[in-house]
Ligand binder design. Sequence first.
Ligand code: NDP
Length: 342
Amino acid sequence: QVVLVTGASGFIATHIMQDFLRAGYHVRGTVRSSATAELVRQSFSQFAPRLDFVIVEDMGKPGAFDEAVQGVQGVIHTATPFQIFNVEDNERDLLRPAIDGTINILNSVFNHAPEVKRVVITSSFAAMINVTKGSWPGHVYSEADWNTTPYEVAGAKGAPGGLAYTTAKALAERAAWDFMKTNKPNFDLATIMPPMVYGPNINATANLAKLNTSSADIYRLISSQTKSSDQVPQNMFWSFVDVRDVSKAHLRAYEVPEAGGERFFVCTGNFTYQQFVDALRERIPEIQDRVPIGKPGTGAVPSSVYTIDNTKSQKVLGIQYHALEHTVVDAARSLLELERKS
Ligand code: NDP
C-alpha cells in the first residue's frame, strides 16, 4: 500500500513516516523543494525502495496535490505552517495555507485517487480550545470541544499570531468535515488533535537556529538563553503529548476501522515547566548548570487549570501514553545531539 504524507520534512511527519515505513507501507512524501527531498531521503536510507517524493511548492494552489495523490491508497495530511511569533500577515501566512491546503488535498483525493479509503488529518488541540476561557477551571477538554473563533477576528490586522494559528487549525478541520458532508466521497476521514508535541526531534531538516515551535520550547530550557537565569518559564499552554504517541495515533487512525469519521484528542495530560526542568536536571546531570532551577518539587499543575479526557484515544486507537519524564528527557537528548552535530 502506498500512503502519502504531506509535509514530509516536519517534526511530527518524520515520526509518522518512520512508523508507516516500519509497518511495511510504501510512503510518498510531499516536500517544497528537491533539496528537502534529498535530506529526508538520506535520513530514511534503509527504507529507500519504499520511499519516494513529490514536490508541491504551494499547497494553496487549486490542484496542488493532483500529481502527488496518483496511485496512493491512503493520505496523512500534516503540512501546515506552525508559527505563533513574528507573523507578518495572519491571512497569507497562516489562515489561507492551512485552510486551502486542507481543501486542496481532499479535492485531489476526490478527483484523482479512487483507491483511497481513508484520509487522516493532523489537526490540533488548537481546533478544540476556547480562547475566551483561559485556563477554564473545572472544564474537561475532549473531542466534543470546538474552537469557534471567527476567521475575521483571527485575520484582523494586529490580531496575535497565536490566535491566527489556533483559528487556522480549527477552520481547516471544520472545512475538512464540511467537505465530507457536502461531497460524500468514497473515503472517510479521521482527525488527530494533539496539544504541544514534545519528544525526540529526528527530522532531517532540524536546525537549532530554526527549530519547529514545540522543539524550540524545550530547547530554550537547556540553551544559553536560560543559562544565566534562574527563571522557569510560565505556562502559556498546559497540555502536552509525546511525538511518538502522536505518530502512532496517525498509524492507528489509518488502520483501525472504527476510527473512520472520528476526531481524536491525543494528549498525555497537563504539565508545568517546573516539572520539565526537575526531570531534566535529575536525568541529564551534564546539563544541570544550563537548566533553570526554580523551586524543585513544587511544579504541581494548579487545580484552577482545565483537565483533559484522553480515553477515546486509548480505547479506539490503543495509545498508551509515554510518561512526562521520558518525553522531556528524550526531547532534550535529541536536541543535545543536534547541538553536537552542528
Ligand atoms: P514543522 O514546522 O516541523 O512541520 C511543518 C511541515 O509543514 C513542514 O514539512 C513544512 O515544510 C510544511 N509546511 C509549512 N508551511 C507550508 C506551506 N505553506 N505549504 C506546504 N508545506 C508547508 O511542524 P510540526 O511537525 O510541529 O507540525 C506538523 C503538524 O502538526 C501541523 O499541522 C501542526 O499544526 C500540527 N501540530 C503540531 C503541534 C506541535 O506541538 N508540534 C501541536 C498540534 C498540532 P517545510 O519544511 O518546507 O517548511
